[in-house]
Design a protein around this ligand. Structure first.
Ligand code: PMM
Length: 273
């Protein structure tokens, strides 16, 4: 089994990098992205608006001012795939014009009336992520009868709508959206049941890096920086079940863990190390 692709996260929000102003932030974000490429990232995911529960929304002009110079800077120095993590079609359009080839949309093209038509027009790959509710309130009281079945069904419905709007089937990836309107138990069930999503035939993107479900298992992991072990365990679990792309902060460690898992499965030529 070959390993999934690793998507490295470049969050360009004011709290992510230096507070030395816009230019310093852009330079730091570009350097961070190139560092992730050196560590083995196959894809870089650039985001200018936090989707954490309770995070304040950002307008399109501010979001573009954050992400476009970073995409420009990366595009000038790296030819690999760049993804734009945005809920706004106008930001996706500008990002694709700047060289992004993937629109990662946590609203599964439900964020604006023209999201689907924009995705069809852009012809880029789109990540349709599942979310119950909206970021501000999604963690209040998420409920499902059968989370794996309901998330699968909802994502297939979104994919159907996107295709009806003109998005090509082969341009669609699906993502169960861990942490987006889900309890820790829901997140674990979705990880354990990922094969159901894989069986849809769409490539599956899985993002659990540093998420709070790890703290639900290990209550001492309060700081997201203390969740590496859990993030790696989740990445390996998803890879084993056939995830195509794993979205992570800790690229080097994830690439290494996936490579070792693949080597255990496939074996290595017998030579001393
Ligand atoms: N998680 C976050 C942001 N964007 N996009 C996709 N497709 N899947 C995710 O799981 C996802 C996402 C929130 O995590 P971060 O704040 O650590 O980036």
């Amino acid at each position: 089994m070959s390993r999934p692709q690793v998507m490295g996260i470049v969050n360009v929000t004011p709290d992510s990098f230096s507070d030395g102003g816009r230019l310093a932030t852009v330079a730091a974000a570009v350097a961070h992205g190139l560092g992730l490429v050196d560590q083995g990232a196959d894809i870089l995911d650039i985001g200018g608006e936090s989707t954490r529960p309770g995070a304040a929304p950002v307008n399109a002009a501010e979001e573009m001012a954050r992400v476009l110079p970073v995409i420009d800077g990366l595009r000038a120095l790296w030819a690999g795939p760049i993804s734009i993590d945005t809920m706004k079609p106008e930001v996706a359009r500008a990002a694709v014009a700047a060289g992004a080839t993937i629109w990662n949309d946590v609203t599964a093209l439900g964020g604006a009336a023209d999201s689907e038509a924009t995705a069809a027009d852009l012809g880029c790959t789109v990540v349709l992520m599942h979310m119950q509710g909206e970021p501000r309130t999604m963690q209040a009281d998420p409920r499902y009868d059968d989370v794996v079945a309901e998330v699968t069904e909802a994502l297939l419905a979104r994919a159907g709508t996107a295709m009806a709007a003109g998005v090509a089937r082969e341009r669609i990836w699906l993502d169960p959206g861990l942490g987006f309107g889900k309890t820790a138990a829901h997140n674990l069930a979705l990880t354990a049941g990922l094969e159901r999503l894989v069986a849809t035939g769409f490539p599956i993107l899985f993002g659990a890096s540093r998420k709070r479900l790890i703290q639900a298992v290990d209550p001492t992991a309060v700081d997201p920086g203390d969740r590496l072990g859990g993030s790696l365990a989740l990445a390996l679990a998803a890879a084993r079940r056939g995830a195509a792309v794993i979205r992570v902060h800790d690229v080097r460690e994830t690439v290494q863990a996936l490579a070792v898992q693949a080597a255990v499965n496939a074996g290595l030529p017998d030579r001393p190390v």
